[in-house]
Design a binder for this molecule. Structure first.
Ligand code: PHE
Length: 371
């Protein structure tokens, strides 16, 4: 006959622990959410939890008792902790699945007309420019809006005290710890320098982006957009510059026999320099591109000055090329007949609806740039 008295203390302990374990394990299995799992965890492993209290009894045991109890308690503790963790993970996963199931979005549904967004004319025109120059083998480069003096001025052959610095109505940032005053870039030309310093020639890039000058009226905003172009190779000459820009203007304005005029001009970073006008006609309030005998300036360009090449680490006895800078907002206004530049940046949804573009109409040369 089994006799309790004859039962060894270690068997009794094992039995008690097995009871405790099954109690907790069923509690964990029955928990329907993370909070319920947590309640079981606290009742077992919390500061005053039953397993924690058991652990405290170890201190009062004889070494022999402890050598049996300690591994048993620790094993139970680890098992319960693992079971809690597994159940918590499962419940969290189930909660996420349930949420995902209720929050599904059917992306194939048509957009409600009143909810449809529009692409801003500046973004549209940038995409058009990238499509045209991309087709001519240009890649897109970029640089920071906050520039240092070297990239925005000095490397572009505009030394300190040069009057061209005043021309730019520069926004200066406060002096930093080294006494350096950063600027908001006044043009995209510093990207020329950055690209030439970080890549070996030849170069064929455009760099669209934001530019800043302290200037504001109907044709100027303190922030505006330019696209820079740079081509450097061994035999690139002014004829290439002319052909490239004519090709661009015809593709962009979608006028085959667009008249263009290259006027001598001056920029410190190009020599010779030119400004380019396109033929147009002003008819009352209307402006027509490619007709009539009026002229409208759209960009500055020239052959990159040898000093600029040298500043950027290029041997000007081997390499030469051209650069240009186009005002993006300006040609967007011209192409799409938008009268006031300031409206570009007022975030008026009615304006955007009127002048914006449908997102799915990505400009490509094959399909026509804008429909
Ligand atoms: N950076 C000039 C400007 O902002 C434009 C330009 C770029 C002219 C490249 C020549 C060559 O006015």
């Amino acid at each position: 006959m089994p006799n309790n008295k004859s039962e060894k203390p270690s068997e009794k302990l094992a039995e008690n622990l097995a009871d405790l374990k099954s109690e907790f394990v069923s509690g964990i299995a029955a928990a329907v959410d993370v909070a319920a799992v947590d309640a079981v965890r606290i009742s077992a492993l919390g500061k005053k939890g039953r397993i924690s209290l058991l652990m405290k009894t170890l201190g009062k045991m004889t070494p022999e008792e402890r050598s049996v109890s300690s591994p048993a308690f620790n094993a139970l503790k680890d098992e319960i902790a693992a079971a809690v963790e597994a159940r918590r993970k499962a419940l969290e996963g189930a909660a996420l699945d349930a949420r995902l199931a209720t929050e599904t979005v059917d992306v194939t549904l048509p957009v409600r007309a009143e909810r449809q967004g529009h692409i801003h004319p500046v973004s549209q025109v940038m995409d058009e420019i990238i499509a045209i120059f991309g087709d001519m083998g240009f890649s897109v480069a970029d640089g920071p809006d906050i520039e240092d003096d070297f990239h925005n001025f000095t490397a572009l052959n505009i030394p300190p005290e040069h009057p061209a610095r005043q021309m730019h109505d520069t926004f200066y940032l406060l002096e930093d710890a080294n006494g350096e005053r950063k600027v908001l870039r006044t043009h995209t030309s510093p990207v020329q320098i950055r690209h030439m310093m970080n890549n070996p020639p030849p170069h064929r890039i455009i760099a669209p982006g934001r530019t800043y000058r302290s200037d504001s009226d109907i044709t100027h905003t303190p922030m505006f957009h330019q696209v820079e172009g740079l081509v450097i190779d061994k035999a690139t000459h002014m004829g290439h510059l002319k052909g490239c820009l004519e090709e661009f203007a015809r593709a962009f304005f979608e006028v085959d026999n667009l008249r263009m005029r290259f006027r001598p001009s001056h920029f410190p970073f190009t020599e010779p320099s030119a400004e380019v006008d396109i033929g147009c006609k002003r008819d009352g309030g209307e402006l027509r591109i490619g007709e009539g005998d009026d002229w409208l300036e759209i960009l500055g360009c020239g052959m990159v000055h040898p000093k600029v090449l040298e500043h950027a680490g290029i041997d000007s006895s081997i390499y030469q090329g051209f650069a240009f800078g186009v005002g993006i907002d300006r040609i967007a206004m011209l192409k799409y007949g938008i009268p006031d530049l300031r409206a570009f940046f007022e975030c008026d949804l009615r304006w955007l609806k009127h002048y914006g573009f449908v997102p799915s109409d990505v400009p490509t040369l094959a399909q026509g740039l804008a429909r």
